[in-house]
Design a protein around this ligand. Structure first.
Ligand code: PSU
Ligand code: MN
Length: 306
């Protein structure tokens, strides 16, 4: 077995030269969006990262090996196979490695790979969190514990409304994870810019964010951070519309006894269907927005170091 992360040429060269690199996840490709939009979006994210000064390292497990930096063919493969590819969170890594299998990595598993590779900033759409009803189901994403134990900064558009946002923030506080909102006082809720929950801290410049990541890293805190970046205004969805679709999807999931790793992909798919794919356009726009910010933050860390 190969315990080293397999780096693409571009990622290896950037890391060796000390140039900015950002991680990108792959569950969003296989389970988070339909084909072919998923492949198009993943490739566009990579171009966008480069444009803003960072080398993209899309992470996944291929043939039992951990990868940071994929070829276009590998991205196409994960997107085309979609939900047939196993969704891999931290707990699944040893199994997939031992089997020599393929896996699309969640935020938790991508953070793990990014850290092994020496990558400190990571962009995605939404992180997992504490699900509504977690007081009985105990459904709390492994993403939150990973944030408490792995020093990688994750740029996202806030917890999705399928989650209990208040409990997600409490859990992150317990895990010692900073949640910093970019240019807003409130925690955004993925499709909408304001969840109604006040953010624990706020930053108005990329430089502040870069310095926060450097502090986390320099102090060797051993834990990560969340940068919440609200969806661009022109893509924001109507809270009512998204709430209705969310409540319906959550009820359906309960009724159909959807559990474990299937919950989040089921909810994402149903909400897209119930909103006639308006949620998909919003999802793509917010991911681009996050990739851009992550690239600037990573590049900013290098500037500040000089
Ligand atoms: N939220 C989204 N899109 C996604 C996910 C979450 O809006 O694609 C994916 C991410 O990969 C995240 C994972 O890490 O779902 C969380 O799954 P779970 O709740 O099973 O931990
Ligand atoms: Mn879960």
């Amino acid at each position: 077995m190969n315990y080293n992360v397999v780096l693409s040429d571009e990622v290896r060269e950037a890391l060796e030269a000390g140039r900015p690199v950002i991680a990108l996840e792959s569950t969003i490709i296989s389970h988070g969006m339909p084909y072919p939009e998923n492949v198009k979006t993943a490739l566009a994210c990579q171009r966008l990262a480069r444009k803003h000064g960072a080398t993209p390292a899309t992470c996944a497990i291929i043939g039992g090996e951990l990868h940071a930096g994929l070829t276009d063919e590998q991205i196409h493969y994960l997107g085309y196979k979609g939900a047939e590819v196993r969704k891999v969170s931290r707990r699944d890594i040893p199994y997939i490695m031992a089997e020599g299998g393929d896996g699309a990595t969640t935020v938790a598993a991508t953070m793990f790979i990014a850290h092994l590779a020496g990558i400190k900033v990571f962009a995605t759409g939404g992180i997992g969190g504490v699900h509504r009803g977690a007081e009985t189901t105990m459904d709390i994403s492994a993403d939150l514990n990973e944030l408490g134990r792995t020093p990688v900064a994750v740029v996202c558009a806030g917890p999705k409304s399928v989650l209990d946002i208040g409990l997600t923030l409490e859990y992150l506080e317990t895990q010692g994870v900073p949640v910093v909102a970019f240019r807003t006082d409130n925690v955004p809720a993925f499709y909408t810019r304001n969840s109604g929950f006040k953010a624990p801290c706020r930053a108005d410049t990329v430089e502040e964010l870069s310095r926060m990541v450097m502090a986390m890293d320099g102090l060797m805190m051993g834990s990560g951070m969340v940068i919440v970046n609200p969806i661009p205004e022109n893509y924001e969805m109507e809270p009512d519309k998204i709430d209705k679709a969310t409540i319906k999807a959550v009820k359906e999931a309960e009724k159909q006894h959807i559990t474990g790793r299937d919950v989040t992909p089921f909810l994402l798919k149903r909400i897209a269907e119930l909103t006639n794919n308006a949620s998909l356009d919003a999802n793509i726009a917010l991911v681009y927005n996050n990739v851009r910010l992550a690239a600037l933050v990573a590049a900013g860390m290098h500037k500040t170091e000089e």
